[in-house]
Design a binder for this molecule. Structure first.
Ligand SMILES: Nc1ncnc2c1ncn2[C@@H]1O[C@H](COP(=O)(O)OP(=O)(O)O)[C@@H](O)[C@H]1O
Ligand SMILES: [Mg+2]
Length: 359
């Protein structure tokens, strides 16, 4: 690797944004590697849009600096940054054809007709709208309009593309399809994407790396697997899907629940006996049968069974008022007659390393 490879496409260095007396973003340090699909993930109001606007130059930070490919661009207007943005409300020009919508930025830059024509055709192919060049925007579906917006933002070949919840307005099935397409497009063009979403599944399936934001701060930054399998905090564990969060006291490889049994947990350095902790075990990491040798096994009562096609979720009461959610795959080998209907006492267990002790 030579030195230039190491320069991140985007660097936020101690960036804060204060509105009146509150911080929308607080002391953000973030490096985004060139060519990555990077997501900013977090609940509504956590500062995702404000962060994106500071990268794009639509909002100035109150403290800190924004660097693009190593160059300090803090204070520069959007058109002086090699960055484009796709907003959630993807306003197209209704009086212009699809091709002219896409060509708009190139015309303003004075790119000649032949080159414009070639690039627009490339973009139409990229977003799979090849036959629709002459159609007007109002004749397109929501998904097609979103693709035009994407093509229009990519045609200038920016170094970085910023996307603020671009799929939020689409229905679930179309959104899933567009997630796959968008990721393919990103790989094909190799441009750094900074993608904002509040949807954890979306971030997990699309990203090379994810920064989880909470109240203007980064809670954790890592690969989808890091974030899901090794959440760094209670907030991250609970935000990323169902996590069976409980509280108790750590003692010698176990956590004695405040109300309930002692749970086998994974190692965690820096925690001494007697410390009050949170623990989390994912529903799909809990075993209900065929236990491994030496696997610690506990028992509980099935309180609810929720069948959802490929999976069934059981709610198991392990102590008065303490329930665990357990997910089972309904595979070809699973026998439906072995399913519980409720009220049965069952055994369950997990590998200790799958029960995480959280800060
Ligand atoms: N122009 C503004 N003036 C005052 N407060 C703002 C402004 N923009 C955003 N905020 C506040 O900053 C916080 C973060 O907002 P935002 O970045 O839009 O969050 P997100 O995109 O994650 O939903 C929110 O509390 C919001 O109310
Ligand atoms: Mg937002």
């Amino acid at each position: 690797m030579d030195a230039t490879d190491a320069i991140p496409a985007v660097r936020l260095d101690g960036v804060s944004k204060q509105f009146a007396d509150s911080y929308a973003v607080h002391d953000l340090d973030l490096d985004i590697e060139a060519g990555h699909f990077f997501s900013l993930l977090g609940p509504s109001g956590c500062g995702k849009t404000t962060s994106l606007r500071m990268i794009g130059g639509f909002t100035d930070p109150t403290e800190g600096s924004v660097l693009l490919a190593g160059e300090d661009v803090t204070g520069l207007p959007p058109n002086k940054r090699n960055v484009n943005t796709v907003f959630q409300s993807y306003a197209l020009f209704d009086h212009l054809s699809i091709a002219d919508n896409i060509a708009f930025g190139l015309k303003r830059k004075g790119v000649d007709r032949a080159e414009t024509h070639k690039r627009v055709a490339e973009m139409l192919d990229l977003v799979q709208l090849g036959g629709l060049a002459d159609r007007m925007p109002r004749t397109l579906s929501g998904g097609q309009r979103q693709r035009v917006a994407l093509a229009r933002a990519l045609v200038n070949r920016p170094a970085v593309l910023l996307l603020d919840e671009p799929l939020a307005a689409l229905d679930l099935k179309l959104r899933r399809q567009m997630q796959v397409e968008l990721k393919q497009i990103q790989r094909e063009v190799g441009i750094t994407f900074v993608f904002v979403t509040h949807d954890q599944d979306e971030a997990l399936t699309m990203s090379d790396r994810i920064a989880v934001l909470n109240a203007g701060r980064v809670e954790q930054c890592g690969t989808p697997e890091d974030i899901y399998e090794h959440p760094a905090s209670r907030f991250v564990a609970s935000f990323m899907g169902t996590s069976n969060l409980m509280t108790g006291t750590y003692r010698a490889g176990e956590v004695a629940l405040d109300q309930g049994p002692a749970l086998p947990v994974g190692r965690r350095s820096g925690i001494t006996d007697g410390t009050a902790v949170s623990v989390s075990v994912r529903p799909e990491k809990i075993w209900l049968s065929d236990f491994e040798q030496d696997m610690p096994v506990l028992s509980g009562v099935i309180r609810e069974t929720v069948y959802s096609g490929p999976t069934t979720t059981y709610l198991i009461e392990i102590a008065p008022g303490v329930t665990l959610s357990v997910l089972e795959q309904n595979t070809a080998r699973a026998r439906m007659e072995d399913r519980w209907s409720g009220g049965e006492t069952v055994e369950f267990g997990w590998r200790p390393e799958h029960c995480l002790v959280l800060a």
